[in-house]
Ligand binder design. Sequence first.
Ligand SMILES: Nc1ncnc2c1ncn2[C@@H]1O[C@H](COP(=O)(O)OP(=O)(O)OP(=O)(O)O)[C@@H](O)[C@H]1O
Length: 165
Amino acid sequence: MNNDLPLTRLFLFKSPSLSEQMTKTDELETEHSAAQRNDSFQIATNLLLSFKYAGQGVSYAFRTQRNFRIHLLIGAIALTLSVYFHLSAVACSIISLTIALVLVLELLNTALEAVVDLTVGREFHQLAKITKDCAAGAVLIAAIAALLIAGVLLLPHILQRLALI
Ligand SMILES: Nc1ncnc2c1ncn2[C@@H]1O[C@H](COP(=O)(O)OP(=O)(O)OP(=O)(O)O)[C@@H](O)[C@H]1O
């Protein structure tokens, strides 16, 4: 297995081969992005703009990541049920934390995918595979834990309401 990433791949925005393939539109978008980046450096002290960029990250994940939307929907259902069944403040906090953990990991997964794609482009690389698979695995483990915790805390109430116990 060749684990050596060329240094140029790590430090250049695009590999030369990919740059050659860029369309005129891509070039314009890159210039536009560069201008935006310069602006962001000039206004980095503005706290409201920091929140805005963070919001753009969440918005991007929501728009592009189906799993993020699914986790958000399941989280909303779990929280609604928690309030509906008058779960204790501690139980609600635990459920909220597990939901937040899954969403945070989904955002990090999306960020890592972007960095990997930025680095290796469309080329296959074993390290790219490991990075993406591990990031996806982290989301999966958090999601299973969240489901188990919500199940333990909510299931007795749901079964009771359905008159099954
Ligand atoms: N450059 C690459 N080199 C090697 N394997 C890759 C590469 N890109 C993706 N893969 C493999 O393909 C899988 C899917 O990659 P992809 O970028 O489509 O993520 P994804 O499944 O869409 O993730 P998510 O569902 O979280 O958005 C990865 O988990 C990895 O195993």
